[in-house]
Design a protein around this ligand. Sequence first.
Ligand code: FAD
Length: 311
Amino acid sequence: GLPQAPSGAGAPIALSYELFPPRNEKAAASLWDTIRELEGTNPDYVSVTYGANGSNRGTAVELLNRLLRETTLRPLAHLTCVGNTADELSGIISELLDHGVRGILALRGDLPRDPGDGPRQGSLRHAQDLIELIRRVEQGRSALLCAGKVAIGVAAYPAKHPESPSVEHDVEVLLAKQRSGADFAITQVFFHADQYRELVVRARRAGVRIPIIPGVMPLTSLRRVRRLGVLTGVDPAPKLLDALGRAGDAAESRRVGVSATVDLARAALDAGAPGIHLYTFNEHAAALDVLDKLQLLRPARRAPAPELVQA
Ligand code: FAD
């Protein structure tokens, strides 16, 4: 299920994927092909992103509902403080719980580029405030309406959060999120396994006990790696940029990227990571390649062998 406690040695590796709500019907059709492929790997959950300003709320809720109704997948709904008032967020949280969502990734959201569009009056300031709001909404509902505790995930940063004064401050913030009721953390993308390892060491030293799951993106496209570097403020490894830049065609770029991703994920697992969260960009091929090479593809719900059917 959704990660709740640190997994001990030998525990199975948790597997999860990030999807974003499709922007049009063509994208939706291709996303559903991807969802069916990913479903075949029996992940612990799939997460659905939320536009910081709440603009894609309708398509996000629709995707979450379809995942609940039409698949065996457990969705984790991202939710952000930015762009909605606390009252609006209470309503959205209730709605998600009504639909059967049992996992929420509590985020602040990226601040709007134009400060004029800054946080609205009555909006929550930090992810920590959203965690507390989710717990209040949950407690305010009858046990019947909300069977089972809602699992709350939060963001963690192997490379410093761009607005944060230091990595130590980041860990204090992560500890505060745990105190407010976070059950697990997923990391921002990172390009050096040492950064993940050091984050975990700092966090454990500070008293963070919740699982910290590395967020890993298939590094198969130079354009995407560069863009993500800009969006997240995390500098891609120059060596990786070089190798992707030298790749002659898409197939070579994919081979280089998958291999780099596998190395990164393996190093994180060697450092004790309890799972892998793959940023899929709504595409399954590279994600499944990576998992295959990591030997993490589960033989889940595979069609029974023909001789068993006949017997
Ligand atoms: P916070 O934990 O609130 O931190 C934001 C900043 O405030 C940090 O610099 C922190 O140090 C500081 N801070 C926090 N609490 C305090 C405090 N009590 N006192 C002083 N300073 C404090 N964005 C989206 O818009 N939609 C998504 O779906 C989405 N999904 C994401 C998924 C993952 C796994 C990750 C890692 C990020 C995702 N983001 C998403 C991006 C995220 O919203 C940004 O990174 C955002 O800038 C910070 O979010 P946060 O939840 O870490 O915020």
